[in-house]
Design a protein around this ligand. Structure first.
Ligand SMILES: Nc1nc2c(c(=O)[nH]1)N[C@H]1C(S)=C(S)[C@@H](COP(=O)(O)O)O[C@H]1N2
Ligand SMILES: [Mo]
Length: 254
């Protein structure tokens, strides 16, 4: 192709666009977008999602900061799931915490060739990534921290994720709420399974032993206390246990 020929260039772009569409909206006949539950607001969320996915480059990196920018970092939502009676209390989590998380395993399941259980040591054997990023909570505060972990993409590829994958669902110890990401965000280079924060092991209040970091979405997508991740070949926003059913946006790109 002559790269100065505008028509070939346009054809090339159209071809690329179609491939991208195929990645995001596979089998358009199914349900490629979160259910709107009849709500106008939810329909607005879908417009935001489509606009981001159509207009923005899918894997552009969010800004990374330097050590001097690291700020104090409040812990919110569930912060003590090992304490009976507290928000998000989980007896299995307490038992794992009391054993120093030695028996903790992350289950990786779904449309993968090699479903399995990963210990913290297993996850630390993958090449790691460290990034200093700004967390933006829907409640109006932001904070900057350094996160260390394994890019989710590495674990998904190691598990032999099928090409038919459309989303990844995340299950945690403290809550029944299911969160999910599309494959663009799941495979984004800054989407981490993080075990370290500011150079130390992740503290309980920030999601020990492993949390998700989704740097290009609002803070509530960065799930703490991970238990299980499931790769799906049909879109799943968690249904009645999903955030959309609770009146929250499924996609919160920033
Ligand atoms: N499992 C779990 N993940 C969670 C939450 C939670 O309550 N439970 N809160 C979310 C919200 S609203 C925010 S802003 C961040 C807060 O992370 P932090 O406690 O490390 O500041 O975690 C998110 N992930
Ligand atoms: Mo939040």
């Amino acid at each position: 192709m002559n790269k100065f020929d505008p028509i070939s260039r346009r054809r090339f772009l159209l071809g690329g666009g179609a491939a991208l569409g195929g990645l995001i909206l596979p089998g358009c006949g199914k349900t490629p977008l979160p259910a709107t539950y009849g709500s106008l607001l939810r329909m607005g969320d879908n417009l935001t999602y489509l606009a981001h996915r159509t207009l923005l480059p899918g894997q552009s990196l969010v800004r990374e900061y330097s050590h001097k920018d690291i700020s104090s970092f409040p812990a919110i939502g569930a912060v003590t799931p090992h304490e009976p009676g507290k928000r998000g209390y989980s007896a299995p989590y307490r038992e794992l915490q009391q054993g120093g998380f030695a028996d903790w395993r992350l289950a990786v399941e779904g449309v993968v060739d090699r479903p399995g259980l990963y210990s913290l040591a297993d996850l630390k054997r993958f090449p790691s990534r460290t990034q200093i990023t700004r967390h933006t909570c829907e409640e109006g505060w932001t904070a900057i921290a350094e996160w260390t972990g394994v890019p989710l993409s590495r674990v998904l590829l190691a598990a032999g994720m099928h090409r038919s994958a459309v989303c990844v669902c995340f299950y945690t110890y403290d809550s029944k709420v299911v969160h999910s990401l599309d494959m663009l965000d799941a495979l984004h280079p800054q989407t981490l399974l993080a075990y370290g924060m500011n150079g130390r092991d992740l503290m309980i209040r920030h999601g020990a032993p492993l949390r998700l970091r989704v740097e290009n979405q609002i803070g509530y997508k960065s799930r703490k206390y991970l238990q299980r991740i499931v790769v799906k070949d049909v879109f799943d926003d968690g249904g009645k246990n999903g955030v959309a059913a609770m009146g929250w946006a499924w996609y919160t790109g920033i």
